[in-house]
Structures are given as structure tokens and as C-alpha cells.
Design a protein around this ligand. Structure first.
Ligand code: 3PG
Length: 300
């Protein structure tokens, strides 16, 4: 038995999960299905206490078992020990990979956050990237995290270390940035926020990999060469396991071309949550555009 492994399952059971169902689990999807809406409470319990698995080989085995396909992504991150909360966050990242669409949201008013969340859920999307471009971002994330445990809420446009901390404190479950800033990557690791920095060139990709990041935002996707550029990047980097979330200029019409690429994990875009639609409260239209986008992604 790995050190800490039994403790982890004891905690799962403590928050009300069925040990009989949990013990045979082998991967992120099964764990996610079992944990379901208990994630939020579980996260709190797990963050408060867990025994680290110190031995690297044991840690890798544990991560593979808990996080399935995200294990390599996590193991590449230098760390002195593991915290299951981080691993559960990574399991949640599977949800991004499942829907393969990340709506990039700019909110001028935190009052819009909840109706927007409802509009996206009605369209079938349970992910939100709320960008730290407005004063309303932090409060919006806080509201979504509190009211919609079924939504994977993340923070975008994290340009400074302090924003990473605030995003995490507000309840963000993942973070992204348009560029690669080693300081924000470091702070994200410190606070346990799964983080995808932005890249545009081979040098960016290598620097991100050197910092332990393997899920990278490719920004600004269309301007930076779009699908042909990603195909080119897949040549030298595809075998490393690095994956991209291209964002910038993508629409329902073009998303399939990106999602067909094995090196693309998901795409990001703002068209279905356009600022004008949000500010005018056009929730039904947002739901319609979300459904359209998901249908296009599902057809790939
Ligand atoms: C981003 O912030 O990632 C982009 O501004 C989103 O790009 P889009 O508005 O072209 O979809």
C-alpha cells in the first residue's frame, strides 16, 4: 500500500463516497463519475490534510491511478510532495477535455455571472473561463464557485502573481494566461492552481515545458498561424505529450478544424459569450450559440 493512499480513500469515504465503488477505480473519468458533485466538499477536506507520497515512483503510480491520462501532466511538475486536491483539480481538467470548448468571458458586472452560468448550462456547457480584465472578474468567480458547484470555473488573463492568488482564493479551479510568465506559473504551482500559460512560438513551448506545463493556451490562434501552425508544432512536440488550447479568432465554423488535431485538447473562444450579448442579457441567444458550438465539436 502506498503511503497516504489509504488515507486518501478514507477521506473520500469520510465525505460520503462509497468505498466499494471507489477502490477499483483506475482512471480520472471513473473517479470523476464517482465523486460527481461531492467535488467541492471533498476539495475542502482534502486540502486540509493529506499525507504526502514522497517516493517519486510511488507518486507516479498513485497519480496514474487517480488522474488517468493527466498523470504525466502532473508528474512533470517539480514538487516535493503531492496534495490530492491538486490531483482532483487535474481530474476536473478532464472536463475541459471532454467538452473541448472553453468559453472566454469578460464580465463588466458580477450581476451577470449567474444568469450567464445558467445560459451556458442550458446550452450544455459546464465550464467558464472568466477573464481578469474587469473589476467584476473576482466577484463573478466567487459567485459561480459558490452557487454552481457543477460548473468548472476558471480564471483567464492572469497576468500577475497577485491575480493568480486572488483567482484561486475566489474559487477558480484552473487558470490561463495569454502569455508565458514564469512568475505566474510558479505562483500557480505554489497555490495549487492548474495553469495553462499562453504560447505562440517553439521557444515559448519549450520554455513552458521546462517550467513543467504541458497543457498550453495557443494564442492568438488564428493570427499566429492557426491550424497549419499547430500541425507544424505537433512535429517536434507532439511526442512529448504537450497539448494546446488554441484561442483567438476561432468560431463555430472553424473549431472542428482545430479539434481534429491530436495535439489540440480543446479550443477557447468568446463568440458564444460575446460581451454585447451578456451586457444586453441575451441569455437565450447565448444558450443557442453554446448548443451550436457543442454540436460542431461533437461532430468531430
Ligand atoms: C482570449 O482572451 O483568449 C481571446 O481574446 C478570445 O479570443 P476570441 O475573442 O477571438 O474568441
Amino acid at each position: 500500500m502506498l503511503a497516504g493512499f489509504g488515507g486518501f480513500f478514507r477521506l473520500l469515504v469520510e465525505v460520503g463516497l462509497d468505498a466499494e465503488r471507489l477502490l477499483p477505480l483506475g482512471g480520472g473519468e471513473a473517479l470523476r463519475a464517482a465523486v460527481g458533485e461531492e467535488f467541492r466538499r471533498l476539495r475542502v477536506v482534502l486540502e486540509e490534510g493529506f499525507e504526502d507520497v514522497g517516493d517519486p515512483a510511488a507518486r507516479m503510480a498513485w497519480e496514474t491511478r487517480i488522474c488517468g491520462r493527466n498523470a504525466n501532466f502532473l508528474s512533470s511538475r517539480p514538487s516535493t510532495g503531492i496534495r490530492p486536491a491538486i490531483h482532483l483539480f487535474a481530474a476536473m481538467l478532464d472536463r475541459i477535455l471532454a467538452k473541448r470548448i472553453v468559453p472566454v468571458i469578460v464580465l463588466d458586472d458580477a450581476e451577470s455571472a449567474e444568469p450567464l452560468a445558467e445560459a451556458l448550462l442550458a446550452g450544455g456547457l459546464d465550464i467558464m473561463e472568466i477573464t481578469f480584465r474587469t473589476a467584476a472578474a473576482e466577484e463573478s468567480i466567487r459567485r459561480i464557485a459558490k452557487k454552481f458547484p457543477e460548473i468548472l470555473v476558471g480564471a483567464g488573463t492572469l497576468l500577475e502573481a497577485d491575480q493568480v492568488k486572488r483567482a484561486k482564493d475566489a474559487g477558480s479551479q484552473f487558470g490561463l494566461a495569454p502569455g508565458l510568465n514564469p512568475k505566474t506559473v510558479e505562483v500557480a504551482r505554489e497555490v495549487g492552481l492548474p495553469f495553462s500559460p499562453g504560447v505562440m512560438t517553439p521557444s515559448d513551448v519549450e520554455q513552458a515545458m521546462a517550467l513543467g506545463c504541458k497543457l498550453l493556451k495557443f494564442f492568438p490562434a488564428e493570427t499566429a498561424g492557426g491550424v497549419p501552425m499547430l500541425k507544424a508544432l505537433a512535429g517536434p512536440y507532439g511526442h512529448t505529450g504537450v497539448k494546446f488550447i488554441p484561442t483567438g479568432g476561432i468560431t463555430s465554423a472553424s473549431l472542428a478544424n482545430y479539434l481534429k488535431l491530436p495535439v489540440v485538447a480543446a479550443i477557447g473562444g468568446s463568440w458564444m459569450v460575446d460581451k454585447a450579448l451578456v451586457n444586453e442579457g441575451k441569455w437565450a441567444e447565448i444558450t443557442r450559440l453554446t448548443q451550436e458550438a457543442l454540436a460542431a465539436a461533437a461532430a468531430v
